[in-house]
Each structure stands twice: as structure tokens, then as C-alpha cells.
Design a protein around this ligand. Structure first.
Ligand SMILES: Cc1cc2nc3c(=O)[nH]c(=O)nc-3n(C[C@H](O)[C@H](O)[C@H](O)COP(=O)(O)O)c2cc1C
Ligand code: SF4
Ligand code: SF4
Length: 327
């Protein structure tokens, strides 16, 4: 069973790519959390995986909380002992000590040992701090991430052990501070442009923590549980949501997996407990180009370095046809 959490699709894409190869069942943490579902039936000895984004070099709060509340039901009623337990953490650059933090959480909550940790570099979706890069740079990162996810899947099938994630330059102390910092989430900067908002409710339906509700035809943010996944902001079809002034002139980013095939769209719709009246209202037209991927050689697996990102400048997010979902 592979649990995944996603805000903008990178981890969703990675989890699906891995599960297609390992044939594991996928469970959406966001939907489960939203629906208050924390008990799952498993077979003793099956593989257990967690795929999620890193936030401020730490495990997203929603993922840590979910694991705290997670309970496994086994056929013989004994505590679940997976045959192999791994995590694949998606990131824009590096994951710091997030895998260690996850290992501690799993041990404390479920007495389960993390056997292997991987990272998958994709587009950095943290547009409240940084640009997501040029369309071409994003496309290349999406393709490289797809290759990395496939290599993770082969390693999972081979039950490879150890820490294989890219930690980046981060001391243990800085990692601990980052983990603490990521827990302090400020929802005050979220704003909505009421002239742009069409009251479709997508932001509320996508919010895994029910922080967003629709009041008087527009979103309102309230509560203590926002995990800063940015799904509400990034996936608003009319770009009506901002996070202070920082996002005003920045492109939005959504992984093209969300418009890949009708099957994937249906999976997305199911995963966030929403119906998609017209998918093209939520995701833009255009074909997603299936990455041209052969079985990776060892050399290919170790050569994920991408050319330096040539950010051609950020498009105005409210331009007539934003280029945020090019395939
Ligand atoms: C609040 C926030 C903090 C982030 N912090 C980091 C970070 O510390 N290091 C990093 O490499 N990427 C960071 N990112 C980028 C995401 O981890 C990355 O884009 C991830 O693949 C997004 O996954 P998703 O599309 O499944 O939501 C951050 C993103 C957000 C929204
Ligand atoms: S997703 Fe955008 S347009 Fe739809 S209700 Fe939310 S803010 Fe308004
Ligand atoms: S309010 Fe927005 S950023 Fe916060 S959890 Fe909900 S969807 Fe994610």
C-alpha cells in the first residue's frame, strides 16, 4: 500500500508511476484526512510506501498528523509488519532531514521501521517564495522526475535498503529547526480577488484540511490545520487567489499529470472527493506528452542533473492564456 500526499501533482505523478510498476494500491492522504479515514486493511508482509513533498526541509504537517492517527487492520489482528517500508519525497532541490523525521514518526506512531528513503526532484511549487521557472525548465524537470520515479520503483521492487535521498546542505540542527518552522503556518496572507472569483468552489473542494470554505460566493480561510500545500492557490481556474503580494505576478504551477488521460483525471476527481464538471475548467487544454522513457540504464539512473534552469522570466498570471500547463 502506498500513501501519497500532493498539492500540485508532483507527488501524485510520482506515486502513480511507482505504483504502476510495483502494482501496489494507492491511498490519497489528502482525501483520507479530509474524510477522517485513518484505518486501513493490510496483509502482513506487504510493501508500505509514503510519497509526499518536502516543505521547508521537513515532513508536511498533514503527513505527520496522518501517520500519528494511522491504524492498520491485519487478518490475524497482530501489529502490521511490512515486508519493506520506503518513502519517496518530492522536492524542488533537496529534502534535508525529512526522511529521518518520517522514520522517527513511523517508529513512534506505529513501531514500523523505514527501510529506504528516496527523493525525486521536480518543479519547485513554492511560488510564495520562488518562481516555478520557465515553461521549458518545468517540462524538463517533469520528465526527469518521471525517470527518477521509475528508478525508485525498480529499487522498491528490489527492496533496496538505505538513505538514497538528496539531503542538500543542511546540518542536523538546521533540519530540526526547519521541522519546527514548517509547523508554523500563516493563513492570513491568503486573499481572493472577488472580481476574478467565479464561485466554483474548486479551492474548497481541493483543500485537504477543510481550511477553505465558500462564503457569499467566495473562499474564506479559517482554522489551524492549513498545511500550505498551495492547492487552493495554484489550482484556482481563474487565478483569483494570492498569498500576499508575493504571488501577484508569478506563474501558477500544476503538474501536467492532472491532464494526462481521462483515467488520471478520474483518479484525481476521486482522490479529492470532487466531481469535475468540466475538467478543462480546472486544467487547461493540451496534450500531455508522455515522457519518452526506456528502461533506465545505471548511468541514466545516476545522471539526473539537469541543465541550469533558464528562467525566461515569469509570465503574468492573469495573461489571457497562461502557459502554466504546457505538456
Ligand atoms: C511550503 C512549501 C515549502 C517547500 N519547501 C521545499 C524545500 O524545503 N526544499 C525543496 O527542495 N522543495 C520545497 N518545496 C517544493 C516542493 O517540495 C516540490 O515542488 C514538490 O514536488 C511539490 O509536490 P506536489 O506537487 O505533490 O505538491 C516546498 C513547497 C512548498 C509549497
Ligand atoms: S477556485 Fe477560484 S474561482 Fe473557484 S471559488 Fe475558489 S477562488 Fe473562486
Ligand atoms: S488552505 Fe490552501 S494551502 Fe492550506 S491546506 Fe487548504 S488547499 Fe492547502
Amino acid at each position: 500500500m502506498i500513501f501519497y500526499f500532493t498539492g500540485t501533482g508532483n507527488s501524485f505523478a510520482a506515486a502513480h508511476t511507482i505504483a504502476e510498476i510495483t502494482h501496489d494500491e494507492l491511498v490519497d492522504i489528502g482525501e483520507s484526512y479530509r474524510m477522517g479515514r485513518f484505518s486501513f486493511r493490510v496483509e502482513q508482509g506487504e510493501t508500505l510506501g509514503f510519497v509526499f513533498p518536502v516543505y521547508d526541509r521537513a515532513v508536511p504537517r498533514i503527513v505527520a498528523d496522518f501517520i500519528d492517527w494511522l491504524a492498520f487492520i491485519t487478518p490475524n489482528g497482530n501489529p502490521f509488519v511490512p515486508g519493506y517500508c520506503f518513502c519517496a519525497i518530492t522536492c524542488g532541490e533537496a529534502v534535508g532531514n525529512a526522511a529521518k523525521e518520517l522514520a522517527r514518526t513511523l517508529k513512534a506512531a506505529l513501531n514500523i521501521r523505514l527501510d529506504a528513503s528516496y527523493s525525486i526532484e521536480d518543479v519547485d511549487n513554492c511560488i510564495i517564495k520562488r518562481s516555478p521557472g520557465s515553461p521549458e525548465a518545468r517540462r524538463m524537470k517533469n520528465h526527469a522526475a518521471h525517470r527518477q520515479a521509475r528508478s525508485v520503483a525498480f529499487s522498491v521492487n528490489a527492496k533496496r535498503m538505505g538513505s538514497m535521498e538528496k539531503k542538500g546542505a543542511l546540518s542536523a540542527a538546521a533540519g530540526a529547526l526547519a521541522a519546527l518552522g514548517s509547523r508554523k503556518i500563516d493563513i492570513a496572507p491568503f486573499t481572493v480577488d472577488r472580481t476574478a472569483c467565479v464561485g466554483c468552489g474548486t479551492c474548497a473542494r481541493l483543500c485537504p484540511t477543510r481550511t477553505v470554505t465558500i462564503e457569499d460566493g467566495a473562499p474564506r480561510w479559517d482554522g489551524e490545520r492549513c498545511t500550505l500545500c498551495l492547492a487552493c492557490l495554484q489550482r484556482c481556474p481563474t487565478f483569483a487567489i494570492d498569498y500576499g503580494a508575493r504571488t501577484a505576478d508569478r506563474d501558477r504551477y500544476v503538474n501536467p499529470v492532472f491532464k494526462r488521460t481521462p483515467t488520471r483525471l478520474s483518479a484525481l476527481a476521486a482522490s479529492v472527493d470532487m466531481t469535475v464538471p468540466d475538467p478543462d475548467d480546472v486544467v487547461r487544454q493540451g496534450e500531455y506528452e508522455e515522457p519518452d522513457v526506456d528502461e533506465p540504464s545505471d548511468a541514466a539512473l545516476s545522471a539526473f542533473a539537469l541543465p541550469a534552469e533558464a528562467d525566461a522570466g515569469e509570465g503574468k498570471k492573469k495573461a489571457a492564456e497562461p502557459d502554466r500547463l504546457e505538456g
